[in-house]
Design a protein around this ligand. Structure first.
Ligand code: SF4
Length: 299
């Protein structure tokens, strides 16, 4: 059956001939805005780290554990190395090279994925990442845009503009590095038009993938204080459903959709309380698109 949007799982199989899995690591990087004591207003202290990384250990230990886990649970055979936590280009280039090389030497990875911020990408770092392509690896950078609206970016304290994101994407593209953009749907002050604007904006750039996140307001963040003060409400499940459909319909049809929703945090308070799981969000999106006789990129 024809897919109504470009799913990452299908893309992985067409690219590598089999389901291929991300091995997430926390290499101990920090983040410039966290270092300055002014993190993004929604950022939880773990910096978007996968829960299983809480066990810590060296990068080599994390890779060994991650691969064992993925083999045991899914019978995985193909792996992509994923530097996930915080800003993984926020260090001198020689140090980055040493860390990436050391980690890549731990297994026969098919690709390298590096999550970072637009203001942690410059020509030197783009060239370093591009050089891994010459070694036969697929190289992707996950870059947070979150919103294409500069006013929202200021309000959530992102510390960069839409223009800075665009510059980083163009630089990485110059060196053959693929980009996955992150967009949060339902940020304070934003509505359907902004969800559409975000999708349309990345569709005009050389972006190969997108991760959509629903806004989850977590205890301990600046947004949580604003939420408690009644200054805004994050979208509930029904509202997020509308935002996601609109964004997908305005997303360029070749962009791979890597995520549709985020996992709720563990052991902390958050809002909205009732979040559908990933399978439900996927099913609802397919239902909605089918019902509207629609698909990714129809607009
Ligand atoms: S860039 Fe990422 S890690 Fe840094 S403050 Fe923002 S969300 Fe947190």
């Amino acid at each position: 059956m024809e897919e109504l949007f470009r799913r990452y799982s299908s893309w992985l199989v067409s690219r590598y001939g089999e389901r291929t899995y991300r091995v997430a690591v926390d290499a101990g990087f920090s983040c410039p805005v966290r270092d300055m004591g002014a993190p993004c207003a929604y950022c939880e202290p773990g910096g978007s780290r996968a829960p299983y990384l809480a066990q810590g250990g060296s990068v080599r230990d994390q890779i060994t554990r991650g691969i064992e886990f993925l083999k045991g649970r899914y019978g995985a055979r193909g792996f992509l190395l994923y530097f996930q936590a915080y800003s993984n280009t926020h260090a001198p280039v020689d140090e980055l090279r040493r860390i990436y090389d050391d980690a890549l030497g731990c297994s026969d990875f098919k690709g390298l994925i590096v999550a970072t911020r637009p203001d942690c990408i410059d020509r030197e770092r783009s060239a370093l990442l591009g050089a891994y392509r010459d070694r036969g690896l697929d190289v992707w950078v996950e870059l947070g845009l979150q919103s294409a609206n500069d006013e929202t970016l200021r309000r959530i304290n992102r510390g960069h503009s839409r223009g800075r994101f665009d510059e980083a994407v163009q630089l990485l593209h110059e060196y053959g590095v693929e980009v996955t953009a992150h967009l949060i749907l339902g940020l304070p002050g934003e509505g359907l038009d902004d969800a559409v604007a975000g999708a349309e904006h990345i569709s005009r750039l050389p972006v190969g993938g997108v991760k959509f996140h629903n806004l989850v307001v977590v205890e301990g963040t600046a947004l949580y204080e604003q939420y408690l003060a009644g200054e805004f409400s994050p979208p509930d499940a029904e509202r997020y459903r509308e935002l996601l459909v609109a964004a997908i319909e305005h997303l360029r049809e070749d962009i791979v959709v890597i995520r549709l929703t985020c996992d709720p945090p563990r052991n902390v308070a958050y809002a909205p309380q009732r979040l559908p799981d990933k399978a439900t969000v996927y099913r609802q999106l397919c239902d909605d698109l089918r019902q509207r006789r629609s698909r990714q990129g129809i607009y």
